[in-house]
Design a protein around this ligand. Structure first.
Ligand code: ZN
Length: 450
């Protein structure tokens, strides 16, 4: 493999304190140098990246690859190719597959399948409890030995506080993090959307913001009491961030992630996109969206996670519902039967191929600086997952993302490499995109041809 010289890009690496124009030399899969070369090193392939950002490979700490179990939605190969196209060099794959990733065999299968794909790295997330049933813990040490780097029953909250606190302490003692899907199901009741104007207008069931914050409150109390580390997945309400700020003052070891859809869209997106704007936690009202943006600005939010959740049209109930929604017209109030169908549409949207473009809106709006973008999308997720990544250190594996921050493009779901198309961002004009993704010095995505 020939050495690669990424020529004259803006290298942004907050961990190394770099934000300047340099060349990056990659040899034998590693970063060999970050400097300015007067002449091209012997045999190197030069890639001119002037005007682009060269950043440590982006890491998504929360994706669903649906493999094993749901090949009609996504597979490890399709998901990892979508990740590479989105600029990610590593993604943490959640455990709610079928079978659930609660055994070493499933973890090994995921790692093997990812290796064969030769795209983005897959970081396995183990279930906390067997079958995600919230009762019996998995063998944490065995799962770590098999390659798991985080624990989560994501998709389902862990209702029993005794089982959760024991698990948190044990996982923390082993040096790993637990990612929590925060939902009080007595309050959320499988509702279709956020409780508010939009759910009323559509005539569908609504879940209150308190369904999230009530559970966050409990789990932060557990974290303060035990000293165990907790990670709050897809934080989406104003109160959640207030609770996190307060818990940190009380010494809690808490990190949290936010999803692009929660800072870029409010609940009104459901009026246009119907089930393709339905996820859990749901899109919130404007005050909550404002609070997510403020949490990004003031560093309450540590990282951005797509919560990439591919679904086929049938799971989204599109056959019965698609006709009522779409850009440019107001949907009717749904009758009882249709409202029920809406509530049964699967939760989640795809996000791997839009995450960078949406996150760059934060930079273009001057809410954050480019270095903070890199912290949110690489450095901090690397720390959460205990990966030796998130920086362009000399001698480190060459996981690198090249971003053209000014590339204008329009989201066209039919062009996604993901197997699924369920997104409320279709047709959105974005500025900025990953144009080159390298994993271990190998180009796994090259979007330079447009
Ligand atoms: Zn979740």
């Amino acid at each position: 493999m020939k050495p690669i010289l990424l020529k004259a890009g803006r290298v942004i690496d907050p961990a190394c304190g770099i934000d300047d124009v340099f060349d990056v030399l990659i040899r034998d899969g590693e970063i060999e140098a970050v400097e300015t070369f007067r002449k091209t090193p012997e045999g190197a392939v030069v890639i001119d990246v002037a005007g682009c950002w060269v950043v440590p490979g982006l890491i998504d700490p929360h994706v669903h690859l649906r493999d094993p179990g749901f090949p009609e939605k996504e597979t490890i190969p399709s998901g990892l190719r979508a990740a590479a196209a989105g600029g990610f060099t590593a993604v943490a794959a959640m455990a709610n597959t079928s079978p659930v990733n609660d055994t070493r065999e499933i973890t090994s299968y995921m790692i093997e399948r990812a290796k064969e794909t030769r795209a983005t790295r897959l970081v396995p997330v183990s279930a906390v409890t067997r079958g995600l049933r919230g009762i019996e813990p998995v063998d944490f040490a065995a799962m770590i030995e098999a390659g798991a780097r985080m624990f989560s029953d994501d998709g389902i909250p862990i209702d029993d506080p005794v089982i959760l606190s024991r698990a948190l302490e044990e996982i923390s003692r082993l040096g790993f993090a637990t990612s929590l899907h925060e939902e009080d199901r007595a309050l959320s009741r499988d509702a279709a959307l956020n409780a508010g104007e939009v759910s009323k207008r559509l005539g569908v069931s609504g879940m209150p913001a308190s369904a999230e914050s009530e559970r966050v409150r409990r789990d932060l109390a557990l974290a303060i009491g035990s000293g165990a580390a907790v990670h709050i997945a897809h934080a989406s309400t104003a109160e959640t961030f207030d609770l996190i700020r307060a818990a940190r003052r009380h010494g809690a070891r808490v990190t949290c992630e936010v999803a692009p859809h929660h800072f870029a869209l409010d609940e009104s997106a459901a009026l246009t996109w119907g089930p393709n704007a339905k996820m859990n936690p749901p899109l919130r009202n404007r005050d909550d969206v404002e609070a997510v943006n403020e949490a990004i600005r003031d560093s309450t939010a540590d990282m951005i996670a797509s919560d990439h959740a591919p679904h086929d049209p049938k799971s989204k109930q599109m056959e019965s519902l698609a006709g009522y929604f779409g850009p440019g017209h107001e949907p009717p109030r749904l009758d009882h039967e249709l409202a029920d169908t809406f509530a049964h549409a699967a939760n989640g949207i795809v996000g791997l191929e839009t995450s960078v473009g949406i996150a760059l809106e934060l930079v273009h709006r001057s809410l954050i600086q480019p270095a903070r973008f890199v912290e949110l999308m690489s450095l901090n997720p690397a720390a959460l997952l205990r990966l030796e990544a998130g920086m362009l250190a000399i001698g480190a594996a060459a996981d690198v993302t090249v971003i053209d921050p000014n590339l204008d493009w329009i989201v066209e779901p039919q062009k996604f490499l993901s197997k699924s198309r369920n997104t409320p961002f279709a047709g959105r004009r974005l500025k900025g995109k990953a144009i080159l993704t390298l994993v271990g010095g190998q180009i796994v995505y090259d979007g330079r041809k447009g």
